[in-house]
Design a protein around this ligand. Structure first.
Ligand SMILES: Cc1cc2nc3c(=O)[nH]c(=O)nc-3n(C[C@H](O)[C@H](O)[C@H](O)COP(=O)(O)OP(=O)(O)OC[C@H]3O[C@@H](n4cnc5c(N)ncnc54)[C@H](O)[C@@H]3O)c2cc1C
Length: 388
């Protein structure tokens, strides 16, 4: 079977690429190959489903702003019943004395991109959020609008549902091999023994992207990194509570009537995770997270953890940023990988960008050149400083 485009991975990134290919007028054949059609282990459905403008580099801010615009006109795009439960609760990123210069520099970059972020000192923060302890805090950056959280599964289903009428072949299988013929990839082999010839192959395999690239003989420094998310109940309900990021890296936000928290994994010295490990590391909650929460929000001294889940970041070990676009030598192999914890909010923009590249031969809406593979080949990091 021949396809003009084979997309490996059918979660948010793969589905978005397929969706925008059709939106951009691509009329060739498309196969979307997914090994786990329930998405029970995908980063997409195991994520914290939050969106922010508070990045350090303008390119990342622009990707999120594209998605934000999509959220604002969701019904226009996907129909009157489209709803992803977007709650515009904001982020609050706190900094102590040491982190203040970076917080300020990031804030300037965000303001230059038109983001609605307030930089406030400790006193102003306590006036705004009386439940907050500002011990050791110099300032905080609060997203007054354009940031918040939503339902990741609902967002994925919107894209997948929209694809049903767009003449896409959904193939349930695992890609186990990629054929290379010199400077081209020629097709993929599946675990059911089938072979798909491909004009172009798109790697949208999330945390497994490094392994998929390796099948084509290409190096991609993307690996799974285990991330725990803990759910807890508290007596106090803070309706105004944003997604709060403590200087320690621990984050917490409301989720309906409960709260979710995480960010305790030490990145330093961390290696690739076992992709089959989805067991929660409860000591991280008890020994690392809880003391930080109780210090930052005194009422959280008394909370009740109820459950936890684990997902894997699609972690780019070079610079914690996405790798987008073709391989410079194997030009019909395209990357959409390595989002390192911010890929859900970037997926619509990246799908649109790759579709424009394939259909029109260049980026039109969001320029993703800075995310190109050449920096990987050169070992030249394009670093995002706000990795949460
Ligand atoms: C705990 C956690 C919290 C996060 N929080 C946020 C957040 O708040 N905001 C945000 O923007 N991002 C967040 N992220 C990151 C975000 O979830 C990911 O960057 C994004 O979902 C990546 O999407 P994807 O489609 O590339 O990968 P995935 O969702 O992992 O999908 C990849 C798909 O490829 C399939 N696949 C892989 N290999 C093969 C193969 N060989 N053959 C066939 N199919 C294959 C997999 O089955 C999978 O369904 C978080 C991630 C985690 C783990």
């Amino acid at each position: 079977m021949h396809y003009d485009i084979v997309i490996i991975g059918g979660a948010i990134v793969g589905s978005s690429v397929a969706y925008y290919l059709r939106e951009e007028g691509f009329s060739g054949s498309i196969a979307l190959v997914e090994r786990d059609p329930q998405f029970s282990h995908a980063a997409t459905t195991l994520s914290c489903a939050s969106i922010r403008q508070q990045f350090s580099i303008p390119e990342n801010i622009r990707l999120s702003q594209f998605t934000l615009k999509l959220f604002r006109r969701l019904k226009e795009e996907f129909g009157a019943d489209a709803d992803i439960g977007f709650r515009e609760g904001g982020y609050l990123i706190l900094a102590g004395e040491n982190g203040l210069p970076i917080l300020r520099a990031n804030h300037e970059a965000q303001m230059a991109e038109g983001a609605d972020i307030l930089l406030e000192d400790a006193e102003a923060l306590v006036r705004r959020f009386p439940w907050l302890s500002v011990e050791g805090i110099s300032a905080g950056a609060y997203g007054r609008s354009g940031e918040g959280w939503f339902d990741a599964h609902a967002m994925l289903m919107l894209f997948r549902k929209a694809l049903r009428s767009k003449n896409i072949d959904f193939i349930t299988a695992s890609v186990t091999g990629i054929e290379r013929q010199g400077k081209r990839v020629a097709g993929v082999t599946l675990d059911n023994g089938e072979r798909l010839e491909a004009g172009t192959v798109v790697n949208a395999a999330g945390p497994n992207a490094g392994k998929v690239a390796a099948m084509a003989g290409l190096a991609l420094p993307v690996e799974p990194r285990k991330r725990n998310v803990f759910v807890f109940e508290a007596r106090e309900k803070y309706e105004d509570m944003p997604l709060l990021v403590d200087p320690s890296g621990i984050y917490v936000r409301p989720e309906g009537s409960v709260y979710i928290t995480g960010g305790a994994e030490p990145e330093e010295g961390e290696g690739p995770a076992d992709p089959a490990d989805f067991d929660a590391d409860w000591p991280l909650f008890e020994e690392v997270i809880w003391p930080v929460l109780a210090g930052r929000i005194p009422a959280f001294e008394a909370i009740k953890p109820t459950r936890a889940w684990v997902g894997h970041y699609d972690y780019n070990t070079l610079d914690q940023n996405a790798v987008i676009g073709p391989h410079p030598e194997v030009g019909n192999f395209l990357f959409a990988n390595g989002f390192s914890g911010h890929g859900l909010q970037q997926a619509p923009a990246v799908g649109k960008a790759l579709a424009e590249l394939i259909v029109h031969g260049g980026y039109r809406t969001v320029d993703c050149s800075a995310f190109g593979y050449s920096r990987i080949a050169d070992g030249r990091p394009f670093r995002e400083l706000n990795v949460i």
